[in-house]
Design a protein around this ligand. Structure first.
Ligand SMILES: [Zn+2]
Length: 199
């Protein structure tokens, strides 16, 4: 334990995802000891991001306006929707340059252990979008892990009622992995090799 405010900083940093006590301590001391580190700028960006960034009213991606740049882009196809768990997955897929449709960000994956069910995800919003006859294909691009697979299975069952082609990203993606950590080539190939979901 450190004295007062130093410990408070470590505790706050430690609340961030993926930052354990050791990392929190390392970051805290970096901030304290590095003269060139611009604390004011960091504080400003944190406040700015909280004030300015919203979620796209159509797809749920992060956006500084009511709708995101992808949903506003008239060159993007209206016929295909790629369903992902998080906004960071949109960034990962965009890097592959394989996809010219639009996205739907669920805001997570089904995980009974964490108390996350279908109602906690943006599935109702997805079904509303799919009621639009222009959509011909839904690509399910949830993470290739337990929660992602459970979500994909749930969605494909739900979508059987609609006359829409449902595909799932092909293997090649590391099982148990995270979509955002896949390199562009692997993710690109998985996209090309997506398969029709059995139903
Ligand atoms: Zn959007």
């Amino acid at each position: 334990m450190y004295e007062g405010i130093v410990q408070e900083l470590i505790d706050e940093l430690g609340r961030l995802p993926g930052i354990g006590p050791k990392s929190a301590q390392r970051i805290a001391f970096h901030i304290l000891q590095t003269e060139s580190f611009d604390v004011t700028r960091l504080a400003e960006v944190l406040i700015e991001v909280r004030d300015k960034v919203h979620f796209c009213s159509i797809c749920g991606n992060v956006s500084e306006q009511d709708t995101c740049t992808i949903c506003r882009d008239p060159r993007r196809s209206l016929n295909v929707i790629c369903v992902v768990e998080e906004a960071k997955d949109v960034v990962a897929i965009e890097r592959t340059r394989e996809f010219r449709g639009r996205y739907h960000v669920l805001g997570g994956a089904i995980s009974p252990i964490d108390g996350i069910g279908p109602d906690n995800l943006r599935i109702r919003e997805l079904m509303q979008r799919l009621a639009d006859a222009t959509i011909e294909e839904v690509i399910i691009a949830t993470d290739p892990n337990l929660e992602g697979e459970a979500t994909a299975a749930y969605l494909s069952r739900l979508l059987t009622t609609l006359d829409i082609r449902v595909t799932r990203l092909a293997s090649g993606l590391p099982v148990g992995g995270d979509l955002e950590y896949a390199d562009e080539v692997t993710l690109g190939r998985a996209f090309e090799g997506r398969r029709l979901v059995e139903r």
